[in-house]
Ligand binder design. Structure first.
Ligand SMILES: [Zn+2]
Length: 423
């Protein structure tokens, strides 16, 4: 299939250019001024914006089912009193529909790649494969999912299914506080032997840092350094409470950091020191985390917060630019997740792209499109989402392998069963 997008404002290599983009099969084959070319479908972009899709570098999509059921409480109560008990009631089929709901919301909001961390892999993979979204999937979620001594067999079997352009694996160790030292060491060893990247929630709350310091006599980054976790290609989610020595350690190991500001604000975890980490050269990416904690997949909201929170904290509006934040939400995320040919509109890259309505009133007059993306745009401005050359969302219609009404009704039934909600 060959698509010819014409009459577009194109965000390419951090600049806006006017012209056309051609996609053949799953690859971008032309970016530049207006051209004549024979194609299967011509799309008049009508002066709107064509840009790379967003990379949501940290999420738990099936938690969409839990939207709104555990709000206005601290992270510890949220996780141990609300979320973990609710998760005990989930069946594999529930996770499938929750994943589908999460994917639908994400493609609607212009997200083309996700880092997915949840359990019941068969069902996660079924939904991800069916939908066509690009994904790095975290395995394993926990050690309870496999029988004693069967972890290697389990990991080997999952990883053998993940050798393609759209889905990659990452060894996901949930956190220092949910895994034992033995379990963490096992995962580090497995990752090293199989040359796999690793990921973890780290230094999300003051309590977590305090507990780690009491138990291990060192901060979480020091602990991860000591057990060899950082010797792997590592992605760490949150990184809210770090001192300058912690940041230096992360920089020494070229760690990828995923900041999730709306989740950190809503759970009152704190504000990540993005500016200090940027200064140390860390690759900063952006994630939404799960919908139980933020409560929507909206990279525009996250970008606004990344751009503004550190400015307010340091009383300096010049420390982070809109252009830097867009890179965090696209290219930096793609690099962290190992999708090197994604995250920008350029010839040879894989065709993960979105169209954004610039005719909406909150974009007028169109003085500065790059600034508008971060400070004015809304996720509802996205009207077209393509992943790997395939349209997954266009003008209210979803092409993700399931009917959107079926997704809604199944998730409603699941939420009702788990939380005894009254219709
Ligand atoms: Zn998370």
């Amino acid at each position: 299939m060959k698509y010819h997008f014409y009459n577009a404002n194109i965000l390419s290599a951090g600049e806006i250019i006017k012209g056309d983009v051609v996609v053949e099969d799953n690859v971008i084959t032309y970016v530049g001024s207006s051209i004549d070319t024979i194609s299967d479908r011509k799309i008049d972009v009508n002066g709107n914006l064509l840009m790379a899709g967003f990379v949501n570098a940290h999420t738990h999509s099936p938690m969409s089912i839990f939207r709104g059921i555990a709000d206005d409480i601290d992270l510890n109560s949220w996780l141990f009193d609300k979320i973990f008990p609710a998760e005990q009631k989930l069946t594999p089929e529930d996770v499938y529909w929750g994943e589908m709901l999460g994917i639908a919301e994400q493609v609607r909001a212009g997200i083309t790649t996700i880092e997915e961390c949840y359990f019941f892999y068969d069902k996660l993979l079924e939904a991800i494969n069916k939908s066509g979204i690009r994904c790095r999937i975290g395995i394993p979620n926990n050690f309870q999912e496999c029988e004693d001594g069967k972890m290697k067999e389990f990991l080997d079997s999952i990883i053998s299914q993940l050798d393609n352009e759209l889905i990659k694996p990452v060894i996901y160790a949930h956190s220092i506080y949910t895994l034992s030292d033995d379990e963490l060491n096992y995962l580090v060893d497995y990752s090293a032997k199989n040359k796999l990247p690793m990921s973890m929630h780290m230094s999300e709350t003051l309590k977590e840092v305090g507990d780690c310091t009491v138990k291990n006599e060192c901060t979480p980054p020091e602990y991860l350094e000591n057990i060899g976790f950082l010797d792997r290609k590592t992605t760490l989610y949150h990184c809210v409470h770090l001192d300058k020595d912690d940041i230096k350690i992360l920089a020494d190991y070229n760690v990828n950091v995923v900041t999730c500001p709306s989740s950190n604000l809503k759970l009152a975890s704190g504000i990540a020191p993005i500016y200090s980490m940027l200064n140390q050269g860390l690759n900063i990416c952006i994630g939404t985390d799960g919908v139980a904690s933020n409560n929507a997949f909206d990279m525009f909201k996250e970008m606004f917060l990344v751009a503004t929170l550190n400015k307010a904290l340091l009383y300096d509006a010049s420390i982070i630019s809109a252009k830097q934040v867009i890179e965090m939400a696209t290219k930096n995320g793609a690099t962290a997740l190992g999708f090197d040919r994604c995250g920008d509109i350029k010839v040879g890259n894989l065709a993960d792209l979105i169209l954004l309505d610039l005719n909406a009133v909150h974009h007028q007059p169109l003085n500065n499109i790059i600034s508008n993306i971060v400070y004015s745009a809304k996720s509802s401005d996205v009207y077209f989402t393509m992943v790997n050359g395939k349209i997954l969302y266009e003008n209210g219609k979803f092409y993700i392998g399931e009917n959107i009404e079926d997704i809604y009704s199944n998730c409603k039934k699941i939420a009702k069963r788990i939380f005894n909600l009254i219709d």
